[in-house]
Structure formats: structure tokens, C-alpha cells
Write a protein that binds this ligand. Structure first.
Ligand SMILES: [Zn+2]
Length: 197
């Protein structure tokens, strides 16, 4: 991912600012940047730097660090997975984007929907309850050994988000996203990496 062709265009008047290492929410790389626009402690922008906008040296995407040291967009969670059917993949990437933008309940709800989708793709019937889909995946061997607590965890989180509409936190979103990534790799990516006879 690149925001624009750097041989043709550029930001105007970038400042050299306090060096900062962070995981870029756009390209996912761990980067170190000293280019951007500073926020200074004085009203005219001078004085000690207390925040700013950092330009990713890899993808040129702008990341805002608030004066409270919050990173926007935040770190991306998980990795892209190959060979995933297009519909499912766009849902997965949307869930990852929700995480970056601190929309944790939305992440959980998308992941929950994806679990049902994946189960149907793997042969489960339509119109089952969420719990039945999760059980189906476990019964079909898609949950790794010693992963039973994962199933219980996901089941609980998925139900909470759907029925009670309690808002989810970062950990909840992260857990589900990691679980979905594992499933996608297991079901779609790994089988395609093995040389076929
Ligand atoms: Zn980047």
C-alpha cells in the first residue's frame, strides 16, 4: 500500500520532528519516522513537542499522535490471509479496520457473522444458532488441540455482543480477530500452500 507515487508527488513543507517508532495502521509495518507536523507546547506551536502528525516512511500514510499519546489510526491487528473467498476476506479486512479505528463492538459483530459464514461454507446448515455454528466448527476439527477454552470464550463474546448489545473492549475485539485469522489460515491458506498431486 502506498498513498501516492512518491516519485511524482510529495507533502509540502514537512518538518523534521521528534523521532518516533510505531506500528503503522495503514501498512502494518513497524516504522520509525521523524517527518511530519509537530504540536508544540506553546500557542504558536513552538516549545516542547507534545504530539503531532507522523508520516509513515513506508506507505506515506499520516498518523496522528494526540497530546495524550493516543495513536490514530491505531495499530493494525492480525495479518492478511491468502486464498480466502472474496466476500469473507473483505469482511475480515473490515473487521481489522474497525479495530484500527477503535470500533471494538463492530469488530466483534463482524467476526461473529464470519464464524457463521465459515461454518456454512464448511457444510453446516443454514439458519442455525450462533452456538450451533461454533459447536459445528469444533466438531469438524477446526479448533486446535487444547483450544476448547477458545470456543467457550468466543461463544460467550459473540452472544453478549448480539443479544445484550454491551459494548466490547479492545481485548474482546483482538481475541476474536486472532481466532478468525487462525481459522482462515487453517481452512483457506494452509491447504493451498501444500503442493497438490
Ligand atoms: Zn505505513
Amino acid at each position: 500500500m502506498e498513498f501516492f507515487n512518491r516519485s511524482l508527488y510529495n507533502y509540502h513543507g514537512l518538518q523534521t520532528i521528534l523521532n518516533r517508532s510505531y506500528k503503522c495502521g495503514y501498512c502494518g509495518n513497524k516504522v520509525s519516522s521523524e517527518k511530519g507536523y509537530r504540536i508544540g507546547k506553546q500557542r504558536d506551536g513552538s516549545g516542547e513537542q507534545v504530539g503531532g502528525i507522523y508520516i509513515c516512511p513506508n506507505c506515506l500514510g499520516p498518523t496522528y499522535f494526540t497530546t495524550n499519546n493516543e495513536q490514530i489510526p491505531g495499530e493494525s491487528i492480525g495479518n492478511s490471509v491468502s486464498n480466502v473467498p472474496e466476500e469473507l476476506n473483505s469482511l475480515y479486512e473490515e473487521a481489522r479496520k474497525c479495530m484500527i479505528n477503535n470500533c471494538y463492538t463492530a469488530t466483534v459483530l463482524i467476526c461473529r457473522k464470519m464464524l457463521m459464514n465459515i461454518a456454512v461454507n464448511q457444510g453446516a446448515g443454514e439458519g442455525l444458532k450462533f452456538i450451533e455454528y461454533v459447536n459445528y466448527l469444533a466438531e469438524q476439527g477446526y479448533i486446535p488441540p487444547n483450544g476448547r477454552h477458545w470456543v467457550d470464550h468466543i461463544r460467550k463474546k459473540g452472544n453478549e455482543a448480539n443479544h445484550e448489545i454491551t459494548s466490547m473492549n479492545q481485548e474482546d475485539g483482538k481475541d476474536l480477530l486472532i481466532f478468525i485469522e487462525m481459522l482462515l489460515k487453517f481452512i483457506y491458506e494452509f491447504p493451498n500452500l501444500v503442493p497438490k498431486k
